[in-house]
Design a protein around this ligand. Structure first.
Ligand SMILES: [Zn+2]
Length: 426
């Protein structure tokens, strides 16, 4: 017998005008989880934790240094295709799978960055001991990427049809000098339809990042003629000048509130121990809760480097042998922004938290969510469950115990904001 079907929209999103009460939020999550298909998707996650763990190990072991994410992207693409999504790659290397909703004009983006901070050649072999895994990049962002493809598979195997179209993006360029280029491209491409962005980054379920921390990355370079350590003694030395300038810079006073920080993260230069160098560089990361403080700190860096060069050109030695030049370049800039406290996206996250019996604190951080937030598009960044530590170090670790709660939290948040169309027999 042929059965006619009609898609009925379950409105699970709270109204925007007022922050929903505890009861409303709880009702939203319970209603969502009472949908048989949503329940089946949640069950899929619970029943396939070994697959999620294995997938995390497999993807982490494919190196993805900055600007070299292709191999990992190809593997992510394969998994999304296995989840029956129509998948494409954009011109900068993002992989985008689509779960079409009843409304194609409204898009929810679920993303996880694929890149790591580790250079090419880093040993990324994962050491496993039960639920515990160790490798550079295992948590940041092996956890997020594994959760992204797991949620895609869970929704596919349970035949969940969302109201709004959900895009699953493995994106490039989140770390360091990637300067959020993957997310910038995604937001630019889908901006007119984009209703919310959920970023999966790292582990844990203890926080939700709703405030985007503004930051800038700068490179200071000092150059000179260079020469021989003995015969050209007195020649102004770019390393000396940079050290003099750096000492001035790190003595800059920064306020506790708005919290403002700086870090000289890389230093390079020189030719050999017996050469006066012709070049020296530092890379500096500055962050603040206030854009104005960022500007002040950037000026302080420029003034310090200029003063360091001046100091190096001073007597007591004869400096007539050559002059130094300096410059400070902006390598990247991440804009700030903030999710409104009554946003439906935050309500969906809170509802998911209540469903899994979790309480999470609101955080300010620098993530892919900076880009949509800076443009007024609702966005959050959350961990994808389990626990991890040692991010950006060779001792990075992840423990998958309890990851199920994080996976369910992410799935319910996305469905909470996308809405679910329920198939009903007529
Ligand atoms: Zn990350």
């Amino acid at each position: 017998m042929k059965r006619g079907c009609v898609w009925v929209i379950l409105l699970v999103m709270p109204v925007r005008s007022a922050a929903p009460s505890y009861v409303q939020r709880q009702t939203a999550a319970v209603r969502l989880s009472e949908n048989a298909r949503v329940r089946a998707a949640l069950d899929w996650l619970g029943n396939n934790l070994p697959w999620v763990n294995d997938t995390q190990v497999r993807l982490t072991e494919i190196p993805a240094p900055p600007f070299q994410e292709e191999a990992r992207a190809a593997a992510v693409r394969e998994i999304l295709e296995e989840a029956n999504q129509s998948v494409h790659s954009d011109k900068i290397g993002n992989v985008i799978g689509e779960l079409r909703g009843t409304s194609e004009n409204e898009i929810i983006l679920l993303s996880a960055h694929m890149d790591t901070v580790f250079p090419s050649g880093t040993n990324v072999k994962v050491h496993r001991d039960g639920d515990r895994m160790m490798a550079p990049g295992i948590s940041d962002n092996g956890t997020g990427i594994a959760a992204l493809v797991a949620i895609a598979r869970a929704l596919q195997s349970a035949h969940v049809k969302p109201q709004r179209t959900i895009l699953f993006a493995g994106n490039v360029g989140e770390e360091g000098e990637g300067n959020l280029r993957g997310m910038r491209e995604l937001v630019e491409t889908y901006r007119s339809k984009l209703k919310a962005v959920v970023v999966l980054d790292g582990s844990g379920i203890d926080h939700v990042t709703t405030r985007a921390l503004a930051s800038r990355r700068l490179e200071a370079t000092v150059t000179g003629p260079g020469g021989h350590s003995w015969s050209d003694f007195g020649m102004p030395n770019p390393i000396n000048a940079l050290i003099r300038g750096s000492v001035r810079f790190i003595n800059t006073k920064v306020p506790y509130g708005p919290r403002t920080t700086f870090n000289i993260g890389q230093i390079e230069g020189g030719t050999s121990v017996n050469s006066v160098p012709y070049e020296a560089k530092i890379k500096v990361d500055i962050r603040s809760e206030n854009e104005g403080e960022l500007g002040r700190l950037e000026s302080a860096l420029r003034e310090s480097i200029a003063a360091g060069v001046r100091d190096e050109m001073e007597p007591p030695r004869d400096r007539s042998k050559g002059a130094l030049e300096w410059k400070v370049d902006l390598l990247g800039s991440r804009p700030g922004g903030e999710l409104s406290a009554d946003s439906p996206l935050l309500a969906a996250l809170r509802a998911a938290d209540e469903f899994i019996g979790n309480q999470s604190r609101v955080e300010r951080s620098s993530t892919d969510a900076n880009i949509p937030l800076s443009l007024g598009i609702d966005a959050i960044s959350i961990g994808a469950g389990g626990t991890g530590g040692g991010a950006h170090s060779m001792q990075e670790w992840y423990d998958a115990a309890g990851r199920e709660a994080g996976l369910k939290r992410a799935l319910l948040t996305v469905l909470g904001i996308a809405g679910v169309a329920e198939e009903k027999a007529r």
